[in-house]
Design a protein around this ligand. Structure first.
Ligand code: PLP
Length: 432
């Protein structure tokens, strides 16, 4: 029996951390209101709550217009439709993100072009974008991943120079600001997810924000079965689908948005304290501070683990041991999308991959993104944001557990344990 919980010792933390999602009286009252209103759906369009939420959500992110949709993936799809992505167009995406960033590109029979991430931020590396641009490139799709922003100054400069559109994937960035500008308001459109792990949530849901009325109208038509947008100044008539958000979810979102500033302040305080407890810890690194982020929206706290400074014990062992100490965390949280088991790409389904070529593009094997590989398979450790919605004692427990595991890391050498085995697998492939 060892000192670590994974080898039979006592766990650092046995009581639970704050739960997520968190619904309170405000959500209950809003839900009751919808229940009694007999207007449950997103039609007449947009619903009362969906409309109020979208307006406020856009304003919080310094954008003029907002539109609720039923998922974050659809938000990206609708944003791509708004900028008129056509079959065969190329869209530049980061290699390290959730598969939902990339799926919408393929669904439109456009071609995702993967670019590696910046090791300091784990977001799309703006310095590598220009060499991926071709005559077919139509848009850039940066993701503000984890707790950082993609370098929007550089991305907007490149987009302007090459006449490209920009869609910001803000699924992790609710309430975040870059140089005072809201996430999603700097590019042509921003796409948000309200899936249950997100910083505000309605279980499932999404929103698009923009400063451009024509884009808003295209989004509104596309997600409302092709009907004219309520303003209809541009008279777009496009085939659309029912991607509307129902009023129950929109009502929950209204309550969640009210609570966001208070939660953001608490997370910030607790995360700063967490960092102060970790500075100078051998084998761990922090993402580089970024002064241009003027309001942080951390979907998770993301650390770097350096195996070579931890007696060569791999991350899977470190994370598995930390979990057994009672600390929810994850290592292989994302993979380079093209390597993921959730990306079983059959070119026959996506004809543009073959256009003008003898053989279809082999997206699964044609890329090498060493920084995405490093983050995905060796280095990144993700702690869910709700761990930082509690007390300073909660934060201390995380730091104590980290130091305990690092101080007893030899106990993990060669250890076989389900938590470790699971950490060698992507999230979709783990044993439950
Ligand atoms: C970075 C990123 N992009 C897109 C999405 C897609 O959002 P959804 O799951 O709501 O479709 C998610 C979330 O799941 C995400 O984390």
């Amino acid at each position: 029996m060892g000192k670590l919980a994974i080898t039979g010792g006592d766990a650092v933390r046995t009581s639970p951390f704050p739960v997520w999602p968190l619904g309170k009286e405000e959500e209950a009252l809003a839900l009751q209101d919808v229940l009694e209103s007999s207007r449950w759906g997103g039609q007449p369009f947009p619903g009362k709550y969906a409309s109020a939420f979208a307006k406020k959500f856009a304003a919080v992110h310094t954008a003029k217009y907002g539109q609720c949709v039923n998922t974050g993936t659809v938000a990206i799809q609708a944003a791509l439709k708004a900028i008129d992505i056509r079959p065969g167009d190329e869209v530049i995406v980061p290699a390290y993100t959730w598969e939902g960033t990339v799926g919408p590109v393929l669904l439109m029979n456009a071609v995702p072009v993967f670019v590696d991430i910046d090791p300091e931020t784990y977001c799309l590396d703006a310095r590598q974008i220009e060499r991926a641009i071709t005559s077919k490139t139509k848009a850039l799709l940066p993701v503000h991943l984890g707790m950082r922003f993609a370098d929007m100054d550089e991305i907007l400069r490149i987009a302007k120079k090459h006449n490209l559109k920009v869609v910001e994937d803000c699924a992790h960035a609710h309430g975040g600001k870059w140089n005072g500008k809201g996430a999603g308001s700097m590019g042509d459109l921003g796409a948000f997810s309200f899936q249950s792990s997100k910083l505000i949530t309605s279980g499932e849901g999404g929103a698009v924000i923009t400063n451009n009325l024509e884009y808003l109208e295209r989004v509104q038509s596309y997600i409302n079965a092709g009907r004219a947008s309520p303003t209809d100044q541009y008279h777009h008539r496009i085939i659309g689908f029912n991607y509307r958000l129902g009023e129950f979810q929109a009502a929950v979102l209204c309550a969640q948005l009210e609570r966001l500033p208070e939660q953001a302040a608490l997370r910030k305080k607790n995360m700063l304290h967490f960092e102060s407890l970790l500075h100078h810890t051998t084998a761990l690194g922090l993402l580089k501070p970024e002064p241009r982020i003027t309001a942080q929206a951390p979907y998770g706290y993301v650390l770097k683990y350096f195996q070579h400074q931890a007696k060569d014990i791999p991350r899977a062992e470190f994370v598995g041991a930390l979990q057994m100490e009672g600390i929810p965390c994850d290592g292989l949280f994302y993979e380079p999308v093209y390597k993921s088991s959730l990306f079983p790409l059959d070119p026959a389904d996506f004809p543009a991959l073959s256009w003008g070529r003898e053989k279809p593009l082999d997206l699964r094997n044609m890329y090498s993104c060493p920084e995405a590989d490093r983050a995905a398979y060796h280095e990144a450790v993700w702690f869910p944001h709700q761990l930082f919605l509690g007390t300073i004692q909660d934060v201390h427990a995380i730091a104590v557990a980290i130091h305990k595991v690092l101080s007893n890391i030899e106990e993990l050498r060669g250890l076989d344990h389900k938590a470790i085995r699971n950490q060698r697998l992507g999230r979709a492939d783990r044993e439950s």
